[in-house]
Design a protein around this ligand. Structure first.
Ligand code: ADP
Ligand code: MG
Length: 567
């Protein structure tokens, strides 16, 4: 007999507190993201309550302020949102890992604005203790006639709760920055963190002042002595609360997309080649704008420029686990509250939502390219040289993408004409087959290097494709695998010899008699051990005799020329 007993696991705050404080987030700067997100949530919640009629007061100008006071060594995050009563503090703050945000979202599911609440895990607030020796919450609830309260803790499991005087609705979180964290008392450091995480939060966030000049007859002359102007300090808003990806695609013009691109990457000079606006709400939530950059030589430095957001809060710019590798060449923003955060990277890869999101993005990109190709082929062709690496990379690494890309992947010939794979096959079908009837696509990776062979091939009416770039040989083998009757052969004399002239198409231009008379003459003139004389022509305009040099002879001669002589 096995005796069985059930019980409850006890968590002692004494033990768990240091863990939360020190190891919850490996990156200490995250505390600011968490506290500003809470402040934004507090404002968003008030908006929801106002729209349902539960809050009847004036919303006023909802905003978040970050205040730095070097003297008292404090950093304060202030909002004018819902605030908390003493009871609410007890419920939401004194219970670790109970998320008030999650509770709110459940309660107001379906109400406008409820879906944009950021909080989730009920741990963010405590991240303040990573950088502060003491944290105060000074808050006045939205309820009429409530008593303002202050919660204070030095990071031990004890706290104090006192009644205070506070006139304005909302919450101040005051961090008394600890000795090891004085970097967070530097203006530039805080500005940097806000720029990184809070740039697109949905509620205006202010930090410090900035100087602005306005023209006025009472002012001083400007440097050019042209106009009189006065300088004024105005609150410095660090965010754009309505970034382009949150708008409906129909409301945006190309110019809006391009200017948002510059907002994301102020250092980039080129406009992107095209963009894709992601906008899904079922079966997962995903918005965002992906840009296709002009890819420069160095593919490596272009990578990992996609920023991942969750409800407009920046999370990370390493999305390698979320999108297939070839898509990391894209730039832009993905925003999804359905991508689990604060979890390990390896977990991300196996997450069902992440997989679906990744597949969705791949499909969207392929569809967009197909649509561009169909809509304006000339324009697509003009972009092809910049798109090529990306499409080839995609075809090599993702079967589904390859399946779609078959219809728009282009092959450029030596005359600068572009063909789809099928079109190219049609082009070469009349002339370029070997003795087994297999289509032979001639190609070169370098026009300069194969100049004379390309010329010979063209004289004989053949098409030569330019297939170059780092992925060329891999790409050729995938195309060969999916097109059984097609083989790629690098253009050289042997390759040209493999191609048979189709009977009847272009007959010899000289009679038998003429041929017999001329053959010895030619052979004695060109050394018949090294050259081959044939009485055939490959096109109407071609000469009636072809003298070719077999590839092995050419190589041998080359060897001798450079002193090799190993034959
Ligand atoms: P989460 O945001 O995931 O719910 P947090 O630990 O960040 O968890 O915050 C816990 C709860 O404390 C919030 O859900 C909210 O109810 C409350 N709270 C935190 N900051 C504020 C604030 N500035 N104004 C009002 N309530 C707040
Ligand atoms: Mg939170």
């Amino acid at each position: 007999q096995i005796s069985m007993k059930t019980g409850q696991i006890h968590v002692s705050t004494e033990n768990i507190f240091p863990i939360i404080k020190k190891f919850l987030y490996s990156d200490h700067e995250i505390f600011l993201r968490e506290l500003v997100s809470n402040a934004v949530d507090a404002n968003q919640k008030l908006k929801v309550l106002s729209s349902t009629g539960e809050f009847k007061g004036e919303l006023g100008e909802l905003k978040v302020e970050v205040l730095l006071d070097k003297e008292s060594k404090t950093l304060t995050i202030r909002d004018n949102g819902i605030g908390m009563t003493a009871d609410e503090i007890d419920k939401y703050i004194n219970q670790i890992a109970f998320s008030g945000a999650e509770e709110f979202v459940k309660q107001y599911e379906g109400k406008e604005g409820a879906e944009s609440i950021i909080g989730h895990f009920g741990l963010g607030f405590y991240s303040g203790f990573m950088v502060a020796e003491k944290v105060q919450i000074r808050t006045l609830s939205r309820h009429e006639g409530s008593q303002a309260v202050q919660w204070e803790s030095n990071g031990s499991p004890e706290y104090t709760l006192t009644e205070i005087d506070k006139e304005s609705r909302g919450t101040d979180i005051v961090l008394y920055i600890n000795e090891e964290s004085i970097e967070f008392l530097e203006k530039s450091r805080i500005q940097g963190i806000l720029d990184k995480y809070c740039k697109f939060l949905p509620i205006p966030v202010f930090f410090g002042d900035k100087v602005e000049y306005i023209n006025s007859p009472e002012g001083e002359m400007d440097e050019d002595g042209k106009v009189k102007r006065i300088s004024i300090d105005i609150p410095n808003q660090i965010n754009n609360p309505k970034p382009a990806w949150t708008s409906a695609p129909v409301d945006l013009k190309d110019e809006d997309y391009n200017s948002f691109y510059r907002e994301l990457y102020p250092m980039s000079f080129d406009d992107p080649l095209f963009h894709i606006h992601l906008n899904v709400d079922y079966p997962f939530n995903l918005t965002g704008i992906l840009y296709f950059p002009k890819i420069k030589e160095n593919v490596e430095v272009q990578r990992n420029k996609i920023n991942l957001y969750s409800n407009q809060v920046f999370i990370t710019d390493s999305v390698a686990e979320i999108v297939p590798e070839f898509l990391t060449l894209l730039h832009g923003v993905i925003d999804s509250p359905d991508i689990p955060l604060n979890v390990s990277r390896s977990y991300l890869q196996s997450d069902g939502n992440v997989k679906k999101i990744s597949a969705h993005i791949t499909k969207k990109v392929a569809d967009k390219l197909a649509e561009m190709f169909k809509k304006d082929r000339a324009d697509f062709e003009s972009k092809w040289d910049d798109l090529k690496i990306f499409v080839e990379y995609g075809m090599l690494s993702d079967e589904k993408f390859a399946e779609k890309a078959k219809t728009f992947a282009l092959i450029k010939n030596t005359d600068g004409k572009y063909y789809t794979i099928e079109e190219f096959k049609e082009q070469i079908a009349p002339l370029q087959t070997n003795k087994d009837g297999k289509l032979i696509a001639l190609y070169t990776h370098s026009l300069e290097e194969h100049f004379s062979f390309v010329k010979q091939a063209k004289d004989r009416g053949f098409q030569v494709a330019i297939i170059d770039g780092p992925l060329a040989s891999h790409w050729i083998s995938t195309i060969e695998q999916t097109n059984e009757n097609l083989g790629f052969v690098r253009v050289d004399a042997d390759a040209l010899d493999q191609l048979i002239q189709k009977e009847g198409e272009l007959p010899a231009k000289l009679t038998e008699e003429q041929q017999t008379a001329l053959k010895p003459l030619f052979e004695s003139a060109v050394d018949n051990r090294k050259f081959k004389v044939e009485f055939k022509s490959m096109s109407e305009t071609d000469s009636p005799i072809i003298v070719t040099q077999p590839e092995f002879v050419r190589r041998m001669m080359e060897q001798q020329k450079y002193g090799g002589g190993g034959f």
